[in-house]
Design a protein around this ligand. Structure first.
Ligand SMILES: Nc1nc2c(ncn2[C@@H]2O[C@H](COP(=O)(O)OP(=O)(O)O)[C@@H](O)[C@H]2O)c(=O)[nH]1
Ligand SMILES: [Mg+2]
Length: 408
């Protein structure tokens, strides 16, 4: 035993000596020869594995990393658990609503569309861990130029859809002579878009067809964006998730009164519908917003529908489907000039409980010629770029005080 252990001890000494000589030679050659250094260094993947290993196992849970947060386009910190880069296979992906941003546009509005997209991306969408997709709709195919330029500015997915002819154009059964007379009546009264058939196509499409487009079928929520609108404030939360979590169905930023001659027979039609379908009227509805006399007459108030964050299921409901069918059968989208704003607003005010409608007071928004600019703390929190004194809320034909009365 003694013999053998002495022998092993001697062998170890020799082995250690040889190893030391080899290592010393390695160090000398490394410092002297670049070729030798390159040919003996570890491959890059070994470094990457080592970095990841260190990130996963040696970072403290409270350590922070700098990424763009949904709050703003400036750099802020998120904990590693919120950053997808650090998620382990077990951690759930960041929460997101089943929602899309949607814009109806014409090819000639390309630069106005790009401008709105930039506003939306910079104030909200781009900084999200997983940005919301866009859908663009048109009754004519979008040009390659339109599609390419839009693809350049969106941060997530984008789809371009063609509107089916039967969802857009004036139906065959509309009496064109009567429609022509209706247009003249509004022209004589100096009403905006009085002579425009395409405007009427658009209003009818936005009233009863946009949510039926095949590209929207997979979604539950939409945010309507028009060409040439502006968003002034950073949004530090996800408004779709806000809607979902707070059981909201319809959201707005600006309210106003409609031009009466464009909807002369809308309220009588709605009254008849209410009488025929009392089952669709919500028990705690917002009738007070649209009527000063509990439904006898319409006060012309509506949510300005060029901005909407709303549930597509609201439009897919039996109540709304039946309501739109009744309105459309009158032909008055063409004989008069019924707008999608009063059509949506009346439905929301009657079929939803008032708590399901939300005023996005913190969203700074402009659609010419009016804007909503958040006031006070909301303006500061959103780092808004609008003038708080340039605010439509309680001026002109705004109906915001009517909206507030609903909750008094
Ligand atoms: N594809 C298409 N979009 C239209 C047409 N007319 C209006 N729009 C879109 O419908 C929305 C409302 O139209 P706009 O001209 O802004 O009307 P306003 O906001 O009521 O003054 C915008 O998104 C327009 O781009 C049209 O003939 N074709
Ligand atoms: Mg517009």
């Amino acid at each position: 035993m003694l013999w053998s252990s002495t022998r092993i001890h001697g062998q170890s000494k020799i082995f250690a000596l040889v190893l030391g000589v080899v290592f010393a030679m390695h160090l000398i050659l490394q410092s002297a020869s670049e070729t030798y250094r390159d040919s003996t260094k570890f491959p890059e993947w070994v470094d990457q594995v080592s970095d990841t290993y260190q990130d996963l196992y040696f970072s403290s849970p409270s350590s922070q990393c700098h990424v763009l947060s949904p709050k703003s386009t400036t750099n802020t910190t998120l904990s590693q658990t919120e950053d997808p880069k650090f998620s382990s296979p077990q951690s759930p992906p960041p929460r997101k609503a089943n929602a899309t941003l949607i814009m109806l546009a014409r090819n000639k509005e390309i630069y106005q569309a790009i401008s709105s997209v930039k506003h939306m991306e910079d104030r909200f969408n781009r900084a999200l861990p997983s940005p919301y997709p866009w859908i663009f709709l048109n009754e004519e195919p979008f040009t390659e130029e339109f599609k390419e330029r839009i693809r350049d500015v969106v941060s997530g997915e984008v789809e371009f859809g063609l509107i089916p002819k039967e969802h857009w154009f004036q139906p065959e059964d509309i009496d064109e002579k009567r429609a022509y007379r209706g247009r003249w009546e509004l022209i004589m009264k100096g009403i905006i878009y009085a002579d425009s058939v395409s405007y009427r196509n658009m209003c009818r499409f936005n009233s009863g067809f946009f949510y039926r487009h095949e590209l929207l079928q997979k979604y539950k929520w939409y945010w309507r964006v028009e060409p040439n609108v502006k968003f002034f404030c950073d949004l530090d939360y996800d408004p779709f998730l806000f809607m979902e979590d707070n059981k909201k169905e319809y959201g707005f930023t600006i309210t106003m009164e409609e031009f009466e001659p464009t909807i002369r027979s809308l309220w009588p039609t709605v009254k008849q519908f209410m009488a025929d379908h009392p089952e669709y009227i919500a028990p705690d509805n917002a009738m007070k917003f649209i009527s000063h006399n509990n439904g006898d007459t319409y006060n012309l108030c509506h949510f300005w529908s060029n901005f909407e964050i709303a549930s597509l299921d609201f439009y897919r409901s039996e109540a709304y489907t039946s309501y739109f069918k009744t309105l459309d059968e009158t032909g008055n989208f063409y004989y008069e000039r019924w707008g999608d704003a009063p059509v949506h607003s009346i439905a929301a005010s009657l079929f939803l409980n008032k708590s399901q409608i939300h005023f996005f007071s913190d969203v700074g928004y402009r659609h010419e010629p009016f804007q909503h600019c958040p006031q006070g703390v909301e303006n500061e929190r959103g780092k808004c770029s609008c003038d708080p004194d340039d605010n439509y809320d309680y001026t002109g034909a705004s109906c915001l005080s009517r909206w507030e009365d609903v909750f008094r």
